[in-house]
Design a protein around this ligand. Structure first.
Ligand SMILES: Cc1cc2nc3c(=O)[nH]c(=O)nc-3n(C[C@H](O)[C@H](O)[C@H](O)COP(=O)(O)OP(=O)(O)OC[C@H]3O[C@@H](n4cnc5c(N)ncnc54)[C@H](O)[C@@H]3O)c2cc1C
Length: 500
């Protein structure tokens, strides 16, 4: 048997169960070196692209997720080696030191990470080391779902139909019962040396809501299946009900894999004989995993998704520069309660409900006419689930600049959205407590309340809570006029360039 060790390089797959790279390495019977390489502060080497740096909230998550992975590995006889520096250099050093002849990874799909893996494969091959890659992140890899002519999809529904037609999703792999670590591995650096945990503790609200690590991902999945799966479809749009799975950060860091979720949901469908609305609800939940897959499909086929409008007609759109509006949006002080509640939930807890993500993003892009990438960057910094594919694809969807996007001319009315999806005001009252005593009928439009009602609720507009920073009707007209101007010069921009 080959007595040279194998390196298992963890990236976006911070789990030991259903981890094909770890499973394959452990099954080979070889000794292993399990490693995470932190390259945040180091420049790229030899023209190798660097993946986008995680934002603040994601760095907090990553710190704790790595500690949890280390614990999980220790339980099966291993541990996680922390290395710091450019990945290519650190891998070279590790191979020199240990004599490893094989590096196993699970694939990443962001353009920089994927390009770097291609370069590393060649670089390592030149010294006789194989880089073996696997799929842990997706149900189906982006290139396996194809249109009849072999191209990528740009519309969700046919994409998801084609993805489901690919057949059974493979069953998740078990965690190895035991792994054998190579004794020649270097000591590495302590996790603290990565500098991921905040120096000033601003993350208290995030820590109250979240526990990074696979164990909590599995707990959340079980809890969601037990309590909310049958009602998911009817209640998922109501932020106050808070019944969605909240699996997004666990999926983002690969602490739980989509195959595990897929099979657990199907097991419930079969085991409990779900039918009618409950079955449709379960399928609806799986459809949301489909949107995640679609985002990765788009990112793979359109690698400029994070930086450029997919509908290039929008390159000529007259986006506004509005620092005061942007600051009010970021701080949750726009004067529109549903928008402010969402932005404060994001700041306080590192997460925001999907419906409110759509409303807040739409407000920035349409009411304030600020370019979507500005909002995307704020979400990237503040979301614990900030994802290279889902964040950019969703922002382009809301802005109307992306594939299968909400048309630009469809402008959310933040008052009606609040009244419809937070009718009892539970959500707004939680995150905008200064409005908590307003009666429901004024809660989403406090400026319409009579002075006596405001006084009785302890609200002084302009002092305890802002007036709306922009009038909805005016903002709507302004956005529509800009859009009409764009259409007049570039032609229709509301139809995907190649709807398939
Ligand atoms: C402007 C904007 C930005 C977003 N940024 C991100 C992001 O950075 N990371 C992220 O994971 N999601 C993002 N989303 C999608 C969605 O809001 C979150 O995935 C969802 O709110 C996570 O909560 P949950 O886990 O309870 O979701 P559930 O409703 O329980 O759904 C289960 C899983 O399906 C996936 N999912 C659900 N909805 C979507 C969607 N619309 N697009 C892609 N995947 C989806 C997620 O992985 C989620 O965990 C964004 C949406 C918008 C409108």
């Amino acid at each position: 048997m080959n007595d040279r060790p194998s390196v298992v390089w963890f990236r976006q797959d911070l789990r030991i169960a259903d981890n094909p790279a770890l499973h394959r390495a452990a099954s080979s019977g070889r000794r292993l070196i399990c490693v995470y390489i932190h390259e945040d502060d180091d420049p790229a080497v030899e023209g190798m692209p660097s993946p986008r740096k995680p934002g603040g909230a994601a760095r907090w998550w990553l710190h704790h997720a790595l500690a949890a992975l280390d614990q999980d590995l220790r339980a099966i006889g291993g541990h996680l080696l922390y290395l710091k520096g450019p990945a290519a250099v650190e891998l070279d050093r590790l191979i020199d030191r240990t004599g490893a002849d094989c590096v196993l990874v699970n694939r990443v799909y962001d353009p920089e990470g994927a390009a770097r893996d291609r370069m590393l494969t060649e670089r390592l091959a030149a010294r006789g080391v194989r880089l073996l890659s696997h799929n842990a992140l997706l149900l189906h890899e982006p290139w396996t779902v194809r249109t009849r002519t072999g191209g990528p999809y740009q519309v969700f529904t046919p994409f998801w139909r084609a993805a489901r037609a690919l057949g059974q999703v493979p069953a998740p792999l078990p965690a190895p019962a035991q792994i054998d670590m190579a004794g020649t591995a270097p000591a590495g650096v302590p996790l603290a040396a990565f500098g991921l945990a905040p120096v000033i503790d601003w993350a208290g609200g995030i820590a109250r809501d979240w526990t990074p690590g696979s164990a909590d991902g599995r707990r959340r999945l079980g809890d969601f299946l037990d309590r909310h799966l049958p009602d998911y479809k009817s209640d998922r749009d109501h932020p106050g009900a808070d019944i969605t799975s909240r699996l997004s950060p666990h999926l983002r860091f690969g602490e739980i894999g989509p195959r595990t979720i897929w099979h657990a949901v199907h097991h419930r469908i079969e085991a409990e004989g779900l039918s009618g609305p409950a079955r449709a609800s379960a399928q609806g939940f799986l459809g949301e995993l489909g949107w995640r897959e679609f985002s990765y499909h788009l990112l793979h086929h359109f690698p400029h998704l994070p930086t450029r409008n997919l509908k290039h007609q929008f390159d000529a759109f007259p986006w506004r520069d509005d620092p005061a509006g942007l600051a009010a949006w970021q701080r949750g002080l726009t004067g529109y309660p549903i928008v402010d509640a969402g932005m404060r939930q994001l700041w306080q807890t590192g997460w925001m409900h999907n419906r409110v993500r759509m409303v807040t993003a739409s407000f920035l892009v349409k009411h304030l006419m600020i370019y979507w990438a500005t909002g995307e960057a704020w979400f990237w910094d503040t979301l614990v689930d900030a994802d290279p594919a889902s964040n950019t694809a969703s922002w382009q969807w809301v802005a109307g600049t992306g594939a299968d996007a909400a048309p630009y001319f469809r402008i959310f009315n933040p008052v009606l959205q609040g009244e419809r999806f937070d009718a009892d005001g539970r959500y707004v009252r939680r995150f905008v407590p200064e409005l908590a005593r307003l009666p429901d009928r004024f809660l989403h439009k406090p400026w319409t309340a009579p002075a006596s009602v405001l006084t009785a609720a302890g609200v002084t507009l302009g002092t305890t809570y802002p007036h709306p920073i922009v009038d909805h009707a005016h903002a709507r007209d302004r956005a529509l006029a800009a859009f009409a101007g764009l259409r007049a010069t570039t032609g229709p921009a509301d139809t995907p360039a190649a709807a398939l």
